[in-house]
Design a protein around this ligand. Structure first.
Ligand code: NAD
Length: 251
């Protein structure tokens, strides 16, 4: 039997570990070949790549800082050379800092905006240029529950990027629709990753998840939601925000 994403090529940014890794593994299990990006590939990236190969899929490692235009262009050129196509882009790379507006300086602001939001613009532009020629593509932006409800912890540079991704998603969905490109956002709640632990600590993460009806989430849960949007189930879905938050925020 044919796997749902057989024959597709998917690029996931910031995928050496955490949620990006969870997404890459699920997309590979469902048949996609994977372009694994991260700013620092190191041992995490090698382990993730090995796990993808175990699924029988091809994997291309692309170490690149996706906030830098020259590095993004070089990465997409490499993808074109290796695969000659790109079907799925997942804008997942992200960072945060545990600071409120009183501690955030302009350098912090620019670093978080460039890492989380400028990167989405740069990668979506390259990807959609390829996808429009194919008349097929899927772009998924990994936003956050804080995009719409604000953060309890004041890291307003982070929340600004996650809200910005929603506006970007809806506009790109309109641009992409006549070109065969669907664009959606996935908004995770509290997912067990290094970023979550770095931002809130073990105690903070436990405290936070105690108020979530389904508790702490796993990267795989986000991967499964992304795979749904990239498969046949997502054919008539564009410009939407899919919550993966265990009931943390109910609409
Ligand atoms: P993480 O820190 O565990 O992993 C992020 C990965 O992105 C790292 O491997 C890092 O090296 C990479 N990265 C950072 N900057 C990069 C850059 N400029 N270029 C390329 N790669 C870069 O974080 P995570 O928790 O897995 O978060 C992944 C995404 O999910 C982020 O966008 C984050 O905002 C979002 N998110 C996470 C949670 C959560 O609870 N963990 C909740 C909501 C949204």
């Amino acid at each position: 039997m044919c796997l749902p994403l057989e024959g597709k090529v998917a690029l996931i940014t910031g995928a050496a570990r955490g949620i990006g890794k969870g997404i890459a593994l699920v997309l590979a299990e469902q048949g996609a070949d994977i372009v694994l990006n991260d700013k620092k590939m190191n041992l995490d990236g090698e382990v993730t790549a090995d796990q993808i190969r175990e699924t029988g899929r091809r994997v291309l490692l692309c170490e690149a800082d996706v906030s830098q235009e020259d590095q993004v262009k070089a990465m997409f050129a490499k993808v074109g050379k290796e695969f000659g196509r790109l079907d799925i882009l997942v804008n997942n790379a992200g960072t945060s800092q545990n600071k409120t507006i009183f501690e955030i300086d302009l350098e912090d602001w620019r670093y978080v905006i460039d890492t989380n939001l400028t990167s989405c613009f740069l990668c979506a532009k390259e990807a959609m240029t390829i996808m429009k020629k194919q008349r097929y593509g899927r772009v998924i932006n990994i936003s956050s529950v804080v995009a719409e409800r604000g953060s309890l912890f004041g890291h307003m540079h982070y929340t600004s990027t996650k809200s910005g991704m929603l506006g970007m998603t809806k506009t790109l969905a309109r641009t992409g629709a006549p070109l065969g490109i669907n664009v959606n956002a996935v908004a995770p709640g509290i997912i067990e990753t290094e970023l979550m632990l770095k931002t809130h600590g073990i105690e903070g993460t436990e405290k936070l998840s105690a108020s979530v009806p389904l508790g702490l989430g796993k990267p795989r849960a986000v991967g499964l939601a992304v795979a749904f949007l990239c498969g046949e189930g997502g054919d008539y879905i564009t410009g939407t925000i899919l919550d993966v938050n265990g009931g943390m925020n109910m609409r």
